[in-house]
Write a protein that binds this ligand. Structure first.
Ligand SMILES: Cc1ncc(COP(=O)(O)O)c(C=O)c1O
Length: 452
């Protein structure tokens, strides 16, 4: 088998996600034969550094021996059993460990099998909590502009990225949208903190007017990933937690992309205030299994749990389910992932890696077509623009980011952009040398992308 053969077979039968399939005439999918550490290798022997962790899921590299072993052992023991009426050790141990690791007060783990499903669970549970406690009038959700929470209809409804949402608008719930605290939008000279604090006024006003009909506010803590890697200051989360308490509205922290060390702490919510904040729901997926198997968890509190706990005939139970809920193989992968965090003291190691990422792209900050280089922990983004002073974007139809992508592939790096934003979100097993290489590839790619 070589690249050409597999591509031909693929294009005959596969419909790829998030892809205009006509694009494959010019940019065919890269057929991957094997992976090891940060590397992906195609059928012709070309190797690519997975600089975006295969859509932000991979944490400890491809074919990680410790995670492989744990899954293999689990495979020989129990591959799957339904979680309704049954239980298994990996699901129990994982829930126990996450209760310890996530912010205080999150004491219950509800399993599903992908990020969007975890968001659906949080939305339904919040609404249902209010209904069970005599507040059926609460039917709405507040989200942030530029947010992304997945693509099933409920999750899509509480997102705000037109590219994915607009077409389906007639099918969707209508959230109330507060302005994002995104610091790219700040006035020149203003600090991240001052900007995020000032923008909170918009959220405060929405809560003041709509709290009586609102179930929950949903946010991506610190970092709006699919919304072009836009970042904000933790003060916003602190203000939001306080306001949600004051107005009697739940707070849903969607840490699907930012959890498991991406922002510099195990969970982004830890960075808010002196001691972090505890949301009422925390959605986890992606890095949960280090990119091995689909799994998600919605963590919640005793208070929420208690509102569903009653005699069956009162019909207050949360009857949501998916066939693969809490799959044992996926839970085993997640347990091995948590072990790797401990064994490698990964959060401390990441501080060094994050500095290498900053150093690798520092010169780009002065580039005339780079409006901003921004970073939160292990996520670094470079925003390409037509005009630096006015931050005027390139015409989106020119698809400059794709030019960087193609150049990077030719140089052995997978740098899939978000529009004209190039970003690094690598597995944590990346080395300083590999990071330096990514910096060079990104600089060359941007030079090419803006020069024609
Ligand atoms: C913040 C956030 N929430 C939810 C999702 C949806 O997760 P999934 O793609 O597993 O459905 C994503 C996926 O990128 C995400 O970034």
């Amino acid at each position: 088998m070589n690249n050409a053969e597999l591509i031909a077979r693929d294009l005959n039968v596969v419909w790829h996600p998030c892809t205009q399939m006509k694009d494959t005439e010019a940019i065919p999918p890269v057929p991957i034969k094997r992976g090891e550490g940060v590397w992906l290798e195609d059928f012709d022997g070309n190797r690519y550094i997975d600089a975006v962790s295969s859509w932000w899921v991979n944490i400890f590299g491809h074919a990680n021996p410790a995670i492989n072993d744990r899954i293999k052992t689990q495979l020989d023991t129990l591959e799957h059993v339904m979680l309704a009426g049954f239980s298994h050790e990996p699901a129990v141990e994982l829930a126990e460990r996450l209760v310890d690791l996530t912010p205080a007060g999150l004491t219950r783990a509800f399993y599903a099998d992908n990020g969007s499903a975890a968001v659906e669970v949080a939305l339904k549970m919040s609404f249902h909590y209010w209904r069970n406690t005599g507040h059926g009038e609460k039917t709405r959700f507040i989200n942030l502009s530029n947010s992304y929470h997945g693509e099933t209809l409920g999750a899509l409804a509480v997102g705000d990225v037109d590219l994915y949402k607009k077409t389906y608008e007639p099918l969707l719930l209508k959230p109330l949208t507060a302005r994002s605290p995104d610091c790219y939008e700040r006035e020149p000279g203003m600090s991240w903190e001052a900007h995020s604090r000032a923008v909170f006024a918009d959220m405060e006003a929405l809560l003041a007017e709509h709290a009586h009909e609102t179930c929950a506010v949903i946010v991506e803590p610190l970092l709006q990933c699919a919304g072009h890697m836009r970042m904000y200051h933790p003060v916003y989360l602190e203000l939001l937690r306080e306001a949600c308490d004051r107005y009697g509205v739940h707070l849903i922290a969607d840490e699907i992309a930012v959890g498991f060390g991406r922002t510099g702490t195990l969970f982004a919510c830890e960075q808010a205030g002196a001691h972090g904040i505890s949301p009422d729901f925390m959605c986890l997926s992606k890095g949960l299994t280090a990119g091995y198997l689909p799994l998600s968890i919605t963590m919640t509190t005793d208070d929420i749990y208690a509102a569903f706990y009653d005699d069956y005939a009162n019909l207050t139970a949360f009857l949501h389910s998916h066939s693969y809920t809490g799959n044992p193989l996926a839970c085993a992968a997640a347990l091995a992932t948590l072990d790797e965090f401990e064994r490698r003291d990964q959060i401390a190691v990441n501080r060094g890696l994050a500095q290498h990422m900053a150093d690798a792209v520092a010169p780009l900050a002065d580039h005339p077509n780079v409006a901003e280089v921004r970073q939160t922990g292990m996520v670094l983004a470079i925003e390409m623009v037509a005009d630096k002073t006015t931050k005027t974007p390139f015409d989106w139809r020119e698809r400059r980011g794709i030019r960087v992508y193609r150049h990077a592939l030719s140089q052995g790096a997978l740098l899939r952009p978000l529009g004209d934003v190039i970003y690094f979100m690598p597995p944590y097993v990346i080395t300083p040398e590999q990071i330096a290489h990514l910096g060079e590839v990104a600089a060359q790619g941007i030079e090419r992308a803006v020069s024609t």
